[in-house]
Write a protein that binds this ligand. Sequence first.
Ligand code: NAD
Length: 479
Amino acid sequence: MDTKTELRTLRHFIGGDWVGAEDGATFAVLNPLDDSLYAHAAKGTDADMRKAVAAAKSAFPEYKQTLPAERERWLLRIAEIMEERKSELIDCLIDEIGSPIQKALFEFNKGLTMVRAAAGMCRNVRGETIPSDAPGKFSMSIREPLGVVAVITPFNVPLIKNTRLVANALAVGNTVVHLPSEMAPHLSVLFAEIVAEAGFPPGAYNVVSGYGHEIGDDLTGHEDVDFVTFTGSTVVGQHINEICAKNKTPNTLELGGKSPTVILADADLDKVMPLAARSIFMFAGQACIASSRFYVERPLYDEFVKRFAMLVSKIGMGDLRDPATVIAPAISERQRNRIRSHIEDAVAKGATVVAGGEWEGNRCQPTLLTGVTGDMTVCKTETFGPVTSIYPIDSYEEGLQKANDTEYGLSSAIFTKDIDKAFHFARNIGAGMCHINGPTIHDEAHVPFGGNGESGVGREGTDADMEAMTELKWVTVQL
Ligand code: NAD
C-alpha cells in the first residue's frame, strides 16, 4: 500500500476502500520543522465528500445493529494495534506536525486511554423505565445512535481527537465521516488502517483529506449528516454553527481559548513553577487549554517573573526526538506570522519581553511578556504559540475579575492554599474547566471537556458524547 512508501501518497478511506480524489488531485503536507515535503495527500472534492457520506449512511443500518460485545472488541483491538504500531504513530506525530517526542508519547498514551474508555461506552447505551399515570402502561426510554457523525479535527492533537471522537461515535453505534486537518492527514490515515484491521465493517469509518475551507461545508451542510463534532478555531466553529443551525444539525464545538492561571500570595512557587511552564510551553503553546495569561498576586510577582524567566531559558529546543526537547515548530507560515505579529504588536505598544521572543528556524523561543495592556492583540486574542503574558494583581478579587475579562471560556487554574478562595474561583470563573493547584492543561477520557462563549458549545468525553451522539426515544407498552 502506498500509504507506507518512503514519500507517502495518502488516499481517502471510503466504504472500506483506499481511493484517490475523484479528480486525482493531491496536496503537499509539509514537515513543520523545516518545511520539507512530508507527504502528498488526496485533495478531497465535494464528490469525494458525498461518496463518503453515502458510504457512512449505507453502512449505518447494519452497523447500528452490531452487538455491544462486537464494538467493544473492535475498540479494544484498536488499542492493541496502536501498541503494535506505536513507533509508526510516534514518528508520524513527530514528523507530520512537529511534536517533540515527550508530547508524542503523552498523546499516544492519552489516546490509548481514550479508545479504551470508548470501549466501555458500548454497554452503557441505555435508557430508563419511567413511571406512567396511565393504568397498565409500561413506559421507558431507549437510547439510539443518531446516524452519520461528521468529525472534524485540528492539527495539534490528532491522535487524541481521533481516539476520543471517532471512537466515541463508533462506540454508541454511529458511523463516521472524518475530515482531519490538512496539516495532519497521515495520522488519520494510519488510524483508519488500524480501525479497518481491528474489524470495523466497511463504511463505519470514512476519512476524506483535503482543505477544510474547500470541502468542509460539503460535510457539515450535507442533509445526511446527523451530528457534527468540530474541534478547531473559533472563526471556523462560528461558521459551522451557522450551517448547523440552518439545517438543525446538532453539534458540539470545541474551539479556541485564552485560559488564565491565577497565583495567590500563599502559593508555593516551588510547586507552581514547573506546572506553569508545562501549562503554556507544552507543544509550544499549540494547545487550546494552554495558559496564555498569568495573574500573580503582588507579593509573589517579581519572584515569579524572575523564576519563570530562568526556567524558560532552560527549556529544550533541540532535536524533536530528544526527550529534553519541549519547544515544537509552529505548524505553518501563517501561524508563525500570527505569533510574530502578536509579539511585535505588544512590543510596539510598550510590553516588555522578559524572556524569549526570538526565532530558531520555525521555532519561536518560549516567550514571556510583562506590561501587556488591553489594546495589545496578545492580551485578548488566542496566539496558539509559546507566548504568555504575566500580570500583577493586588487581590484575589482582582485576579478573578481579570481572569473573567475575556470572550473565551475554556480552561482555568488557581494556585492557593485558601480553600474558600479556590472554590469561589471554581464557581465563579466563566470557563468550562477549572483546576485548583493544577495546570490548565489537563484532560481525561471520561470528564466533561469543553468551554463556554467563544470557546465552544457542548462538552466531549464519554458521558457527554453518549448524550450528544445518541437520542432518547420514548416507548410505551399497554399491558
Ligand atoms: P482550524 O479551525 O484551522 O482547522 C480545524 C479543522 O477545521 C481542520 O480539519 C480544517 O480542515 C477544518 N475546516 C476549515 N474550514 C472548514 C469549514 N468551512 N468547514 C468545516 N471544516 C473546516 O484549526 P487548527 O489550526 O487546525 O487548530 C487550532 C485551533 O483549534 C485553535 O484555535 C485551538 O484552540 C483549537 N483547538 C480546540 C480544542 C478544544 O478541545 N477546545 C482542541 C484542540 C484545538
